[in-house]
Ligand binder design. Structure first.
Ligand code: NAP
Length: 230
């Protein structure tokens, strides 16, 4: 039996966390659709089996978002602007306006649950990362829109605020969850962030929850589901 009935739209599926989200959805046999800027990049990463699962577009454009949302019952959003590239769109356009536009059209399009990958320290305006286009402040505005729209009755959200993202395999570390943005620093594997995002779709304790996530000691895990109930 599938743990989640319906199709999950992965926004940012060709990013480094996005690739893991797709792998973990596949692992749980959950149907998915991808909203990506480059179809070619998606085919290179996932192979020809995703050709019918692609909507090409950018979070800048409402019509492209709406085309993707027509395939979705839930959304996992893992987009992020490249803050060190002066040519790239600024965080105000992606992490704030893009996420807000996505959340608005997702709700209009009938999506019931929205999972957002945000960041540790979004409530700290003095954080050094805010030197880059106020990226953390922009992410907080994106979060606020998701909480506002999907906190209403009949809808739900999960906002995951990971520490620094690293690239190891999943289920190799104990995790630390916290709320209130109190964790000063830490890292977590993108693969575990992805697994937590997928579990959040069908774990009632994850609904209407905003939490921080870092890893602690190396310790093989059979599942990460119990962290939601600690
Ligand atoms: N790096 C860290 O240490 C860190 C720490 C905490 C939180 N985070 C956050 O965690 C999330 C995932 O990080 P990551 O390192 O996996 O990110 P990443 O590899 O840079 O991937 C970002 C994704 O966003 C997509 N994207 C960018 N602009 C877009 C637009 N206008 N429309 C549609 N998609 C767009 C990119 O598309 P393309 O594939 O076409 O480039 C890419 O797939 C991000 O929100 C990031 O800010 C990162």
């Amino acid at each position: 039996m599938k743990p989640f009935n319906g199709t999950v739209l992965v926004v940012g599926g060709t990013g480094r966390t996005g690739v893991w989200i797709v792998k973990r959805l596949q692992q749980h046999s959950i149907d998915y659709h991808l909203f990506v800027r480059s179809g070619q990049k998606a085919l290179e990463l996932f192979g020809p089996e995703v050709i019918d699962k692609l909507t090409i577009g950018s979070l800048e454009h409402a019509d492209e978002i709406m085309a993707a949302i027509s395939h979705a019952d839930a959304v996992i959003c893992t987009v992020g602007g490249n803050v060190t590239d002066p040519e790239a769109l600024p965080p105000s356009a992606i992490d704030r306006d893009g996420v807000k536009r996505l959340a608005l059209h997702a709700k209009k399009g009938g999506v019931k649950h929205f999972v957002l990958i945000s960041s540790l320290a979004v409530t700290k305006p003095e954080h050094p990362m805010n030197k880059y286009g106020k990226v953390l402040m922009m992410k907080l505005e994106g979060e606020n829109e998701v909480r506002g729209l999907f906190g209403e009755p009949g809808y739900s959200y999960t906002i995951i605020r990971p520490g620094g993202l690293i690239d190891g395999p999943p289920l190799q570390h104990a995790l630390i969850f916290d709320t209130g943005d109190k964790i000063a620093t830490g890292v977590v594997d993108r693969s575990d962030v992805a697994e937590i995002a997928v579990l959040a779709l069908f774990t009632p304790e994850a609904h209407n929850l905003t939490f921080e996530l870092i890893q602690s000691v190396e310790a093989q895990q059979t599942s990460l589901a119990h962290y939601f109930t600690l």
